[in-house]
Design a protein around this ligand. Structure first.
Ligand code: GAL
Length: 781
């Protein structure tokens, strides 16, 4: 063991890479080789260390050369100068996992990330420092940014992880898309970017630095493109290779929003088009999106799931056909690496958005035939041959003769995922719940918090983002004969709280939430005040802090007022401004503070009359870990808004990584429900491939695979002109008389994968009036 270890060290030291930019701006050169680089974003805290090896392995099998990640400052430095690199935050372990798999790394230190991450990755304590303005020539900001960036660089250097040290990291990034928002920062913005460049350069990492979406990136910073399409992008310096740092494979999801979807064909088109037009580095944002655990989702209102419709789904399963269709594209592009990075480029314009691009070296040529017309197919005549290029697609011919790939022709299976009920032994079909109320007496009846001020503050200033919850409480006294006291009284609150629950004298008078993109609203409710002392308690809740836009750090959150009581006495309206009253503040909720979610919590829970639709309520249950290895999902059906913990890990909704669970014995699920819900519908499930389908033309080979499980049956198969989609295929007007289901049953059933040669030799030759024949198949896993 000892000697083996020594040998490995020796190999590493001798293997010192150099990443440089080729002098003609044609490519990134690694260790003397010009590269066509395919990369994918995986953010380490959006999965668990146990998941990393599998995710990275699947990325490599998907044809990637590199993994990209941001670094999340607020997660690593939650309190100033107190750092956390444990568990999901073990950046070095993540980078080493990439290295172990033999992939390269792209490290986007930022430290501004955006990324739908809470506050864009900035710590809230940073905002609360005196005189602080983010992302401009503000001394306090620049000092902190430099401090964090330097620390990360030093950590990475210490482990020899930069390519210049023999490690995997070939590129680093400073700032993030500043060019998109820099207008409002004026001259200071321009000076800031220069400072960022100098600061980064001074850290001497030995690999090039990227500044994405930054047209004025100072040399030697590489400006790169982010977007759905980047084929038209031209870097600001002829020596800079054409690089795409974020090719959005889907999109993020907002609470109440649709599941985002970007078609596989369109992602493939954008990549092929980019390489047709001289691109050399493409990074998928995201390749695996994952889950926003804890309170990491940005916002407001970004969901806990960060699936992104990425090639690897939230749970790490292959999202087919996206994963497979892109893998084929990567293989073809890699096979053309030499011609693409050295070849002379010539183009032919055929009109109507059809074009050919030829890369030619002395050894041979490679071609792209592009059709940017969204509606009509193009017929391209090239060197005596004629090629049909479907609408909005690119055909790749590595030898300029034979079509190896077309972005619109999918020959990869589609997988339909299914969720199955928890099949653990002895698990009853419904969970048994106990409950307890959130203790709010001190706030609702006494209005008593931790500190008082005669001012209404932004929530961030008070909580330092240690919690989503902040109580604002005050007391108002009315004399018996106060002209105010009457029937027509109301409480009016000008609020920027993402969610507001209002109580007067212990009674819940109403709740409201901010509409998306409109964070100022007026909450107004009729209230009966009494003579003597009245307690107003307002619970303000954040649902992810803003992460994007110029000066986003100062977007308000909370109850900044003004707050009025209005009363009407005949024609007269009397207004009482409470804004400068004595306000008592309390950060967080008691149940969180007393850690009700901890298994060993001694608090009393009741199994009697478990309530439904009760606000501010805690629920607890136990369950057995589902058998097998399929990813585990908790379906929080029936609940409104709140937080869930599985064995103390705060995971909110959706994916429960296996590493959170006790494989044997009991696991606890604790829920805190704010709005009122019905926990009896909550269930644990596993997710896996349910069926796989293909619909491919003759002369293709299609592989069916149930992701390491045997194929159990062929549900549908037809060779001819079948139509419809996976799950609803229908036979067409022509069909082979051979028994296609039987042929496929023999070839596939009982196997983990099977490869089918779609040919008339095998399936027969039905007469489809000259139209190309297709095989449609649906196999059950
Ligand atoms: C980009 C940003 C990413 C991410 C993406 C949307 O503008 O750089 O961090 O937020 O948008 O998912």
């Amino acid at each position: 063991m000892v000697s083996l270890r020594f040998l490995l060290c020796f190999l590493f030291v001798s293997n010192v890479y150099a990443t440089i930019v080729s002098h003609d701006g044609r490519a990134i050169t690694i260790d003397g080789h010009r590269r066509v680089l395919l990369s994918g974003s995986i953010h380490y805290p959006r999965s668990t260390p146990e998941m990393w090896p599998d995710l990275i392995k699947k990325s490599k099998e998907g044809g990637l050369d590199a993994i990209e990640t941001y670094v999340f400052w607020n997660a690593h430095e939650p309190t100033r100068r107190q750092y956390d690199f444990s568990g999901k935050l073990d950046l070095i372990r993540f980078l080493k996992t990439i290295q172990d798999e033999g992939l390269y790394g792209v490290l986007r230190i930022g430290p501004y990330a955006c990324a739908e991450w809470n506050y864009g990755g900035f710590p809230v304590w940073l905002h609360n420092m005196p005189g602080m303005v983010f992302r401009t020539t503000n001394k306090a900001f620049m000092d902190e940014m430099q401090n964090f960036t330097t620390m990360i660089v030093d950590m990475v250097k210490k482990e020899n992880l930069f390519a210049s040290q023999g490690g995997p990291i070939i590129l680093a990034q400073i700032e993030n898309e500043y060019g998109n928002v820099m207008g409002p920062y004026g001259e200071s913005g321009k000076a800031y970017i220069k400072w960022c460049a100098n600061m980064a350069q001074s850290l001497d990492v030995g690999v090039p630095w990227i500044m994405c979406q930054q047209n004025d990136a100072p040399q030697p910073m590489l400006n790169t493109c982010n977007g759905f399409y980047c084929d038209n992008f031209v870097p600001n310096n002829p020596n800079t290779p054409k690089m795409w740092t974020e090719n959005w494979t889907g999109w993020f999801k907002q609470w109440g929003g649709k599941n985002p979807h970007r078609t596989t064909e369109d992602v493939a088109f954008s990549v092929a088009r980019f390489f047709q037009r001289g691109g050399t580095f493409n990074n998928y944002y995201m390749y695996h999106g994952g889950t926003n655990f804890d309170r990491t989702a940005g916002g407001p209102y970004i969901t806990t799931s960060y699936d992104y419709d990425a090639p690897l789904d939230e749970y790490g399963n292959l999202n087919q056909p996206k994963y497979g269709h892109l893998k084929q594209l990567h293989d073809v592009l890699h096979s053309m690496e030499r011609t693409l990075t050295y070849g002379n480029i010539s183009t032919i314009d055929f009109g109507n958005s059809a074009s050919a691009t030829i890369y030619k070296t002395e050894e041979g040529s490679s071609c792209f035939f592009g059709n940017g017309n969204e509606k009509s197919d193009a017929t391209i005549s090239f060197q005596g041959e004629s090629y049909v290029v479907p609408a909005w697609s690119v055909t790749i011919l590595p030898d300029c003769k034979n079509e190896a790939y077309n972005t619109a022709k999918i020959t990869t299976q589609t997988s339909m995922m299914v969720k199955k009920p928890n099949e653990a032994e002895d698990t009853p079909s419904t969970l048994k719940w106990s409950w307890r109320p959130e203790n709010m007496d001190n706030f609702l009846l006494k209005g008593k918090g931790e500190s008082t001020q005669t001012q209404l503050f932004d929530q961030k200033v008070v909580t330092n983002d240690q919690s989503d919850y902040l109580w604002y409480m005050t007391t108002v006294k009315f004399k018996k004969r106060d002209p105010f006291l009457g029937k027509n009284m109301s409480l009016r609150v000008n609020s920027t709280a993402h969610v507001l629950h209002a109580f007067v004298n212990g009674k819940h008078i109403g709740s409201q939430h901010a509409e998306n993109d409109k964070f100022n609203y007026v909450f107004e409710k009729d209230v009966k005040f009494k003579s003597g002392r009245n307690v107003i308690a307002l619970l303000s809740i954040t649902v992810g802090l803003a992460n994007y836009g110029a000066f986003f750090e100062s977007k308000p959150a909370g109850i900044t007022g003004p707050i009025f009581i209005t009363g009407r006495n005949g024609d007269e309206t009397i207004v009482k401004d409470l804004s400068a009253h004595k306000w008592s503040y309390k950060t967080g909720l008691i149940g969180f503070e007393s850690q009700l979610f901890r298994t060993e919590s001694m608090s009393k829970w009741s199994v009697e009359s478990v309530p439904f639709n009760r606000t501010m309520t805690w629920y607890k249950t136990t369950f057995k870990s589902p058998l097998g290895n399929d990813p585990v999902v908790v379906d929080l059906m029936g609940l409104g808004k709140g937080t869930a913990w599985v064995l103390q890990s705060n995971m909110l909704r959706y994916h429960v990584p296996r590493s959170f669970l006790n494989a044997e014995g009991d696991n606890t699920l604790v829920l805190f429900e704010e709005m009122g819900g019905n926990p009896s519908l909550v269930s644990f499930q596993t997710t896996r491939v349910g069926s796989v389908c293909a619909n491919v033309y003759e002369k293709n080979i299609i592989e069916l695979s149930c992701d390491r499980k045997p194929i159990s049956a062929i549900k549908f198969a037809s060779f001819g002109n079948p139509y419809g989609n996976c799950g609803s295929f229908v036979k067409g007007t022509c069909e082979s008389s051979n028994n296609t289901v039987d042929i496929l049953t023999q070839e596939c059933v009982g196997k983990e994968k099977c490869s089918i040669d779609v040919s008339s030799e095998k399936f027969g030759a039905p007469d489809c009036s000259g139209a190309a024949r297709r095989l449609a198949v649906e196999a059950i896993c």
